[in-house]
Structure formats: structure tokens, C-alpha cells
Design a binder for this molecule. Sequence first.
Ligand SMILES: *Cc1c(COP(=O)(O)O)cnc(C)c1O
Length: 387
Amino acid sequence: MNLTRTYLDYAATTPVDSRVMETMMPFFEQQFGNPSSIHFYGQEADAAIGNARESVSKSLGCSANEVIFTACGTESDNLAIRGAAIAMRKQNGARHILITPVEHHAVSVTAKQLADKFGFEFESLPVDQTGVTNASEVASRIRKETAVVSVIYANNEIGTINPIAEIGAVCREHGVPFHVDAVQAAAHLPINVVTDKVDLCSIGAHKFYGPKGVGALYIRNGTPILPIITGGGQEGGYRAGTQNVPYIVGLAKALQITCNEMLENSSKVKMLRDRIIGRVIEDIPNARLTGHQIQRLPNHASFVFEGVDGNSLLVMLDMAGFACSSGSACKTGNPEPSEVLTAIGLPRRWALGSLRVTLGRETILAEVDRFLDLLPALVKRAHAYEP
Ligand SMILES: *Cc1c(COP(=O)(O)O)cnc(C)c1O
């Protein structure tokens, strides 16, 4: 008998939308030119990138010349943090980096490297037990010599949404570049970089039904930033290398579809998400929701179960056909609780039993109900493997 497989891990990645595939295809074989070439083929590719840039800028609420394309969300985060930190230090000696303790590794590891190897000072902002960073905390820590502030828009592990516009106002008032990692948020929240008062904003296509291996970075005009990948002057000099034309076209199309269909999709997944949260908390003893109850991504349900081995639970779910995720790094032997779950104050016995269920456009009620019918017994069984 074939196992029915159900994908409930849309925060990890999404399938490519067929309309996106269709838009990308001509740029592999027919319109294959190098966008930097003078001739017709080059012009054709350059025009496609120009249109993509225009489209992304409309989705984000900025000017086309403020959008550059990169190879992934991680690269956008790296360019924003490293590029702004180094440029600010060169400009006014700033060497203080302020980030939350619940950033994606693309931000946190980059900031820590700048501190450990390049003489920057790294400071962690406090978060409350739902994972929110308040603007007042930024206001009390930001300094004249702060080089960059980075706050995750919506958390990948616990779904919590931060008050970005309020934090942006504080940074703007102090003249400090403000980066937001919106890689997870872009799939579900309308992002406007002007009203959010951000200077740098990272997105990655594969989280919103585009291809893997392409991202974008919004760089507000005038933001100091040192290019990290140097070479030919592509992407306004901010990111050298011949552009990946089909993927860039795909990112723009995927973002456009996401924005157009956001209301409809959000309300659909939100209903299913709330069904999951309600039933899990009701049916499973010693279960807690992680993250904020209301200020959370509409497709995101995340839990901890006390005394449960989260990795064993994921394996059992996978064997039953359900693809989910957890927060903890998947290590055998001595598992490490996730930094995010530790930062929101969860003790080890809770943090090791984490489960993340993230929904997408394809998720249907029947799948959610099959999942909910099965989960309590598996959680009970995973208690036996208490870490
Ligand atoms: C997925 C993700 C990234 C990394 O993006 P890639 O395109 O996979 O490199 C960064 N930040 C957050 C919040 C993410 O969810």
C-alpha cells in the first residue's frame, strides 16, 4: 500500500507555482542572453530583469533602483548586515551591531562573525516570552555608534511578527541603518518598506512559491553599504556576477502572485491553523503554543511538548506520511535545544519537544484533520524517548 504523503513544512520551502515555471521557461533556452551584452539578446535579458525589478519594487513599495537581486535570502541577509556594518564603520567609526536573539542564522552567524573576527561589538536585544522585540528596547540600546540594527519580520520557528514600523521609526530617528529579514514574512504579510521605515529588507523566492537559489534585497537610496561580491558592475555595483535571469523573472512573478492572492490565501490557512492550535492544546496534555497567539504568521502553528523528544516525533510523523519540522538542531546523542526557544525562556525539557506545522496553498482540511487525529498518540509515544 502506498503511503499518502502530506507536506506541512511550508516554512522550510514551497513548491514552485506552475505559473512561475511557465514565466521562467523561455529564459533558459530562447531568451538566454547575458543582460550585460550590447546586442539584441542582451537587451532582451536586460529588459526582463528591468521588468522584474519594477515588479518587485511595486510589491515592496519602493523605487526600482532600490531593489537588487541576489542568490538567496541568506545572501541578502549577509550583504545587508556585513555590507552596512563595514560601510558605517568606514563612514563614522560605528562598530556596534544590535540584533534580536531570535534571528535566522543567516543574520546571527554573520553578526557574530563580525564581532569575533572583525572587531565589531555585538549586542542582543531582549525578547518577551512570545518572541516579540519592542521598539522601546531598541530605543534604550541604540547608540550614535550603532552600525546596523537587524530584526526578523516574522519568525521562522515560532511565527511571531515584530512591530517593524515602530522599531523602524526609532532607527530612523537615530540615523542608524535598519535591516529586516522578511524572508518568512513575504509569503504572508503585505510589506511596505516605506511605511515600515526600513533601510534594508531581505526576501527569498523559495519561501513564496518561487525557485530556490534567488533572493532580493531592498536598499533604501542613500544607505551606506559595501558590496560583498565584487567584480563586474551588475546590480548597480552592489552584487557582481551575471544575473540568473530565469530565476529573477521567477522571483518577481512569484511575489506578484503572492501579493495578488494574499488575502484569500491568508484567510484559508488561518482557519486551518486555528483549528490545529485549538485541537492540539485541547487534546494533548503538557502542550504549549510557542510564539504569539495573535501576532503570528497565518500559516504557522508551533508547539512544545514537555518531556518529548522532538526529533523522534518528527521521524514518527514522517513514517506516517506527515512532513513537519522542529526547532531543535537534529543531532543524535546529546540534542541541543533551539536558540530561539531558549531565548523565549523555555526550559530544556520543553524546548527539546518542539513541533512546527506550517501550511500552504495546497493544504486542505481533510489533511489537517487526519494529522490531528494521529498526533496525540504519536506525542504520547514520543514521551518514551524522552531526551
Ligand atoms: C529561509 C530563511 C532564510 C534563508 O533564506 P534562503 O533563501 O534559504 O537562503 C533567512 N531568513 C529566514 C527568516 C528564513 O526563513
